[in-house]
Design a protein around this ligand. Structure first.
Ligand SMILES: *[C@@H]1O[C@H](CO)[C@@H](O)[C@H](O)[C@H]1NC(C)=O
Ligand SMILES: *[C@@H]1O[C@H](CO)[C@@H](O)[C@H](O)[C@H]1NC(C)=O
Ligand SMILES: *[C@@H]1O[C@H](CO)[C@@H](O)[C@H](O)[C@H]1NC(C)=O
Ligand SMILES: CC(=O)N[C@H]1CO[C@H](CO)[C@@H](O)[C@@H]1O
Length: 665
């Protein structure tokens, strides 16, 4: 019982002291800007948008070369050695690939620069001309980064394509950009062969003979990034070297004490700007990057052979980026384990969690001290080991992170989460929550490279004159705003505007509000607001976020139709909790699919949704009138969600059109 007593007395005093000294910190301040009138905020530390953190450097390849020369003998890029590959068959006949991976094998900065120069020379040898484009179509890996830097060195524009992209979108991207050289892995090569006939411009070959670099200018296009859009064909966003450098510079200023000793876990798609920017930052400060994949990330990941190490265990990273869906999975995994153990260890966990929660709630600094140490040793050390045990900072982006998950990870992993909000079109520029800001549900103040402005959207009922906080469509401006969409002037004109001072602004379509301390909160999305038959507006995203609190929900899509007065929902049921409930009730079921069709199950889940809706104070018309329970998860592979795990509403609507029609019947 000693730990309890010590734990309660000491920190109470600490927390009290800290709470008294706490005062509201201004993180963003109002700024006067051009363009459409609105309410604009800038970073409190920078008066003008930052464009480069390094004097006299205006492009990525220059920066990369300087860094490689400065850190020549330090390890840089690491990849795990494949020891064995096995196929396992489960009881129901499905087969799974299981990998046994060894330790990381490292390339130094010096060797990496050599490889990059070789690659650049090779491009010239195969006859690739500067003005022709190269596409990189592969999973995140060492060679991806080397190819990218090789192309940059020769002023060759790189087209990036998600490796999970479908055939039609792939064809479209390669066709539109008239790519002549594609860099890919074996798996992607197969996909390319399948569409070979439709590609007119792609040539094939291979070589070695050094050539001089041909450095680009800041305004030259570095990357055409195809976004995995949630509707229609993907659009290519043109980013200049200046754009990417501005984002990299901004990230440098926000992650605390970034340095050589850091080790970065790289596993998100490099075709995503968040990952590209993060790896570029690591490359410039001399820290190491270890490659992995979402399916081999932890010891319990799907593709890891039982009893062998996941990527984080092998690497012990200090910094990771993550999308909320992955952090949600970590949280659920930990909860499941704790619940399964039960008894004293669950009680201890719950108690420790509650203590730390109240400490963090008081103030971040109240979270330090003796009690933190105690709980870390006693309870959370084992949980920290899930992510390698050394994480000191997590970067989250791609979608809003739920407050619950943010707190859970803060407490259990013991590391602050910096949350970013930005888009491919703004080169990931936008806002960023500072690490010591422990409030949840907000995305922080503008990055040093961005101005963020709210403009009225009268039709949707969001005005900058709203009380208590100004609300409106989020518009982002600064040195980081990209040139626009490739070969799509019409769409570019629609969402990019240049003001009278020459600053570019991007209209995000997201709705936000500014807190008094200058931090932004995303509250809605223009596209996702549907007007019902009687004129009420339903914000699909808002309702989904509220209903996701239900433990039975793995994923949910709310559907509203202007011809009806109510909305409906497709619910991907959580197998763990729904089966758990059914067993307790003594309900017989052959398999999960069958269980999901049972009226009792639908009723139970529905009741829990209604409860969640009431908790979030949803209006009656916002609560789905009917739901359909689905057993199969929505994954990027099935094409129903994007690689960042956002719903692809149109695709889901098409796929489940029959179910939706029945719900309205
Ligand atoms: C880089 O390449 C583009 C064409 O792709 C060209 O317009 C530009 O002038 C080149 N920059 C330099 C510095 O040669
Ligand atoms: C690509 O271009 C070729 C020729 O211009 C055309 O035949 C083909 O349909 C195009 N494919 C796609 C997916 O746009
Ligand atoms: C955290 O503090 C806020 C007010 O500062 C309070 O409303 C909330 O209930 C607290 N949460 C917990 C879990 O203690
Ligand atoms: C305000 C600002 O820095 N604008 C810059 C935005 O980016 C373009 C192209 O990279 C520059 O030409 C602008 O000066």
């Amino acid at each position: 019982m000693i730990p309890y007593a010590a734990g309660v007395i000491v920190p109470l005093a600490l927390t009290f002291w800290v709470q008294k000294s706490k005062k509201e910190k201004k993180r963003g301040v109002v700024v006067d800007v051009g363009g459409e009138p609105g309410y604009a905020i800038r970073n409190h530390r920078f008066t003008d948008p930052v464009s480069s953190h390094w004097e006299h450097i205006s492009t990525l390849p220059e920066l990369f070369e300087i860094s490689c020369n400065a850190h020549s003998d330090r390890v840089f890029l690491g990849t795990r050695k494949l020891i064995s590959r096995e196929i396992e068959t489960s009881e129901d006949g499905k087969t799974f690939e299981k990998l046994h991976l060894g330790d990381y094998e490292w390339l130094t900065f010096g060797k990496t620069l050599e490889a990059v120069c070789d690659f650049a020379s090779g491009l010239v040898q195969i006859g690739h001309k500067t003005e022709e484009r190269v596409a990189i179509f592969a999973d995140t890996r060492e060679e991806w980064f080397i190819s990218l830097q090789g192309c940059f060195r020769r002023n060759v524009t790189v087209v990036t394509i998600y490796s999970s992209l479908g055939e039609e979108a792939l064809c479209h991207s390669l066709n539109e950009t008239e790519v002549t050289t594609v860099i890919c892995g074996n798996k992607e090569l197969k996909k390319l062969m399948d569409i070979g006939q439709q590609l007119e411009t792609v040539k094939q070959t291979w070589p070695r003979n050094p050539v001089d670099p041909n450095f680009p200018l800041s305004a030259d296009v570095a990357v055409i990034m195809y976004t995995s859009g949630s509707t229609g064909l993907p659009k290519g966003v043109m980013m200049t070297h200046g754009n990417v450098l501005a984002t990299v510079s901004a990230v440098m200023t926000i992650v605390p004490d970034l340095g050589k000793r850091d080790i970065y876990m790289a596993y998100l798609p490099l075709a995503h700007i968040l990952e590209l920017a993060a790896e570029s930052v690591m490359a410039t400060i001399g820290s190491a990057i270890g490659y992995g994949s979402p399916l081999t990330l932890t010891d319990t990941s799907n593709k890891i052979k039982k009893g062998t190490k996941g990527d984080v265990t092998a690497l012990k990273p200090t910094i990771m980026t993550a999308v909320p869906a992955i952090l949600d999975r970590v949280r659920d995994g930990v909860r499941k384990k704790v619940d399964a153990k039960g008894g004293l260890s669950k009680k201890l966990f719950d108690f420790a969690y509650a203590r730390r929660l109240s400490a963090i709630n008081g103030s971040w600094f109240g979270a330090w001290g003796l009690e933190k140490l105690l709980w870390d040793v006693l309870v959370f050390r084992k949980i920290r080991a899930v992510l390698g045990g050394q994480i000191r900072y997590l970067l989250s982006g791609g979608a809003p992170l739920s407050g619950d998950t943010q707190r859970f990870i803060n407490i259990c992993v013991g590391a602050p989460i910096g949350q970013g909000y930005g888009l491919t079109e703004t080169c990931a520029g936008g806002t960023f929550s500072e690490f010591e800001d422990t409030s949840v549900g907000r995305v922080g103040a503008p990055l040093p490279c961005s101005f963020v402005k709210l403009v009225d959207w009268a039709e949707g009922g969001y005005l900058t004159s709203d009380k208590p906080m100004p609300r409106g469509e989020i518009v982002i401006g600064g040195s980081n705003i990209t040139l626009g969409y490739f070969k799509n002037e019409e769409k570019t004109k629609e969402v990019y505007k240049v003001d009278e001072k020459g600053m570019r602004w991007f209209y995000t379509g997201d709705i936000g509000r500014f807190h008094p301390d200058g931090c932004l909160e995303i509250i809605d999305r223009k596209k996702d607001i549907v007007k019902l038959q009687h004129g009420e507006y339903v914000s699909l995203g808002k309702v989904e976020a509220a209903l996701s609190i239900s433990p039975y929900v793995e994923n949910i899509m709310v559907h509203a139709d202007s011809f009806y007065s109510y909305c409906v929902a497709l619910v991907v049921a959580s197998q763990h909790t729904v089966e758990g409930w059914a067993s307790k009730q003594g309900i017989d079921f052959a398999n999960f699919e069958e269980l999901c069709t049972k009226e009792q199950a639908v009723k139970e889940v529905y009741a829990s949704l209604v409860k969640a809706a009431k908790q979030s104070r949803l209006e009656k018309f916002e609560i789905p009138a009917k739901i359909k329970l689905l057993a199969s998860p929505w994954t990027p592979e099935s094409g129903l969600v994007t690689a960042a795990l956002k719903l692809k509403r149109d695709v889901i609507r098409r796929e489940f059109s029959e179910e939706l029609t029945k719900l309205y019947a």
